[in-house]
Design a protein around this ligand. Sequence first.
Ligand SMILES: N[C@@H](CCC(=O)N[C@@H](CS)C(=O)NCC(=O)O)C(=O)O
Length: 260
Amino acid sequence: MAKKAARAKVKAMPLKKSAPKVQAKKTIAKKPAAKKPAAKAPALRGPTPAEKQRFTLYGFATSGPTYTAALMLSLCKHPFSYIHVNLREGAHKQPDYLVKNRFAQVPALRDGQLMAVQSAAILIHLSEVLGKFEGKSPVEKQRVTEWLFWAWDKLAIPVFRLRARARGTRQFADEVRVMYDTEARAAVSVLEQELTKSEWIGAKKTSIADIAIYGVLRYAQEGGVDIMHYPHVVAWKKRFEELPGFATPEQLLPMESRLT
Ligand SMILES: N[C@@H](CCC(=O)N[C@@H](CS)C(=O)NCC(=O)O)C(=O)O
């Protein structure tokens, strides 16, 4: 803080000086300007062939957990190949897919020799290897992991079951629907509380906790859970959708394979 204040003072001082001194400053400023070309902007280079080939995501276009993994890669601005696993035809139960995901589910992510499954575990893996969206301190990392577990325990199950019922891919009685609906709303209330205290979930900056939870809440409406009654959640969702690299499921997940 003291250093910042000192720097601010140094910057502020010339503004208060008279016109001739400002002119003198212009002459001095020419020297450092000449050195500038030495600093290259690495962010401008495109992905190398190795980066392009590194990740392959196996998934299905309407799968929320597949979207979560794809969204993470997109927010990290990392290219990836996408393999369409046709759940409708049972491709996820075939031996060639079971070697990739023993749980017979999508998503699965190949990172070189490593095959990662379970969307939350995929997020943790990517945050570690790409060094992005993890919590900064050990306490933040712990909180972020807790939110990942909570998201599946309390939010994803009711939201995805309600959505599956609405889409006709799962059947259950109306009283079960009411139970899931109550559970989903209780979970969104927990998020609303958290977001009254901070801009992001579990950390000062955007983390994989936000990505995991966005990947569920994106589909809440389809399951009949209206988040409009939770103003802090609505504001967070809007903030999230403005992040560089954000993309919708339709933009990220085609109904066919796409190689980089
Ligand atoms: N907890 C898993 C859930 C994955 C999941 O439910 N995938 C669904 C598609 S959204 C699936 O593969 N369903 C086929 C099946 O279970 O037979 C994750 O996060 O990856």
